[in-house]
Design a protein around this ligand. Structure first.
Ligand SMILES: Cc1cc2nc3c(=O)[nH]c(=O)nc-3n(C[C@H](O)[C@H](O)[C@H](O)COP(=O)(O)OP(=O)(O)OC[C@H]3O[C@@H](n4cnc5c(N)ncnc54)[C@H](O)[C@@H]3O)c2cc1C
Ligand code: SF4
Length: 424
């Protein structure tokens, strides 16, 4: 959904809610990582209790409004909806967004205060997982201080383009949450981490992935070449004042690269070409994002590998080589691309955006054991290799989703709560 699509009207929401089968053991609830009681809130919409519906959603998912707008429902709840066996799945996310947005405008939802039960927890990182953990711990009566080097909001605040998620839509969640825990704008360095460890009873790490992976090719330092997070962050801050020139090439094949390409088009580029070294079948993207990028006029060149970024001081193009797919597969289970000799060509470009993935940006993580993919290793309680220190979100799983990150935070909060309850 983009801003071009507007929120459901009261009548549309009621009619859509009427279609819900109110399934016993509803698969949609199981498919939602935060296990929102979907049939319950839909039946509230049906009976006109929008406040109740919004509270059901908000108490289950700390980033309720954000997820109502941009959660990939095709991956979660909607993909398993039983109503699809009769005609079409219920538009669960749209109903969810209808409830939280209607409630935000009236500004009346507030979860009942929770009795304080002592013990202090520090949360490092104010993205979806840190927020999810802080809110759940507050609900459980724990005192939480959340630290972020930037302002609260993580990737949704800094990188997700405004045409998909507006500042107001994000703030509707953040304002609601701000009364439940304290927030400090502070970078937690290795030294500060040791201080927090002594002061707090437990720590939750939600540091995300803030470092862009480089291509490692000649010309990457030329002016006009952007790592994708830097590009998206600058575009959010500068908005239309950011100039990308006439021709933009994006290197990548994931959802983030599609966001970058659609953003470049909206910034006025005449031609935006996304190059990907495999075919469309191997792209790990949400269908809705791919459709949106194509709708914006982004051209995707499959089976194309970058070789070198060309230019003197400023980028002027990118040298590429065609590929074919081998029968052999890599660890992701996708066929390995093989370059075709003699097929080199140059795509002209004023701007090149590198979107081939991210890794963890925080030094603190060097203290912890990592899993095979280089992310922070945790046990089933989200506990790291260090006692009383827990972690979740993209920092343990790699690039994920907002709802998944909130769910990690929620589950970790319950584990932290139990462990603290057992402490003298
Ligand atoms: C461009 C883009 C578009 C996306 N679109 C969607 C979408 O439409 N739907 C969806 O569900 N998901 C989307 N995602 C994925 C989703 O945003 C992430 O999965 C999610 O934000 C991860 O949450 P997190 O809390 O783990 O990390 P983050 O959101 O990265 O938050 C980590 C926070 O930790 C802070 N931090 C890091 N180190 C320190 C430190 N040492 N001290 C203090 N603070 C620190 C950072 O400043 C940051 O605020 C998108 C991701 C990107 C990059
Ligand atoms: S699976 Fe679909 S029809 Fe069944 S309860 Fe969930 S939303 Fe309603």
């Amino acid at each position: 959904m983009t801003n071009d699509q507007i929120q459901m009207t009261n009548q549309q929401a009621r009619v859509e809610a009427e279609r819900c089968l109110q399934c016993f053991d509803a698969p949609c609830v199981q498919a939602c990582p935060t296990h929102i009681q979907i049939p319950t809130f839909i039946s509230m919409i049906k009976s006109g209790n929008i406040r109740g519906a919004a509270e059901v959603v908000k108490t289950s998912n700390a980033m309720a409004n954000v997820c109502g707008k941009i959660c990939p429902e095709e991956v979660y709840c909607q993909s398993v909806c039983n109503r699809a066996n009769e005609d079409t799945p219920i538009q669960i996310r749209e109903l969810h967004f209808y409830a939280t947005q209607s409630e935000a405008r009236k500004k009346f939802s507030q979860v009942k205060p929770f009795p304080k039960s002592g013990k202090q927890v520090a949360v490092i990182g104010g993205g979806p997982t840190g927020i999810g953990c802080a809110f759940e711990l507050a609900k459980l009566g724990r005192e939480v201080t959340l630290f972020d080097r930037k302002v609260l909001g993580g990737v949704p605040k800094n990188s997700i383009p405004s045409f998909r998620l507006t500042e107001n839509e994000l703030q509707d969640d953040l304002k609601f949450l701000s009364t439940y825990f304290s927030v400090k704008k502070e970078e937690i360095t290795d030294v500060k981490f040791s201080q927090l460890k002594n002061k707090f009873d437990a720590i939750y790490l939600g540091v995300g992935l803030g470092k862009d992976r480089p291509l490692g090719l000649k010309g990457e330092n030329l002016s006009g070449v952007y790592p994708v997070l830097k590009f998206l962050e600058a575009a959010k801050v500068k908005q239309k004042k950011m100039s990308v020139g006439k021709k933009v090439v994006v290197v990548g094949g994931g959802n983030v690269s599609l966001d970058a390409a659609a953003t470049a088009k909206r910034l006025g580029a005449f031609e935006v070409i996304l190059i990907y070294r495999r075919s469309e079948a191997e792209m790990k993207v949400w269908k809705s994002e791919l459709e949106e990028a194509r709708k914006q006029g982004v051209e995707i060149r499959f089976m194309t590998n970058p070789l070198e970024i060309v230019g003197t001081k400023k980028v002027s193009g990118i040298k590429c080589r065609r590929t074919t797919l081998s029968k052999k597969k890599d660890e992701s289970g996708r066929p390995i691309p093989v370059e075709v000799k003699g097929s080199d060509f140059i795509l002209e470009a004023d701007t090149v955006i590198i979107a081939i993935g991210q890794s963890i940006a925080s030094d603190i993580v060097n203290r912890f054991k990592r899993n095979s993919k280089g992310f922070i290793a945790v046990d089933k309680n989200y506990q790291t290799s260090m006692k009383s220190v827990f972690a979740g979100g993209d920092a343990i799983s790699g690039e994920g989703t907002i709802v998944q990150s909130v769910a990690h935070g929620k589950q970790a909060a319950h584990a932290i709560h139990k462990i603290l309850a057992g402490k003298k």
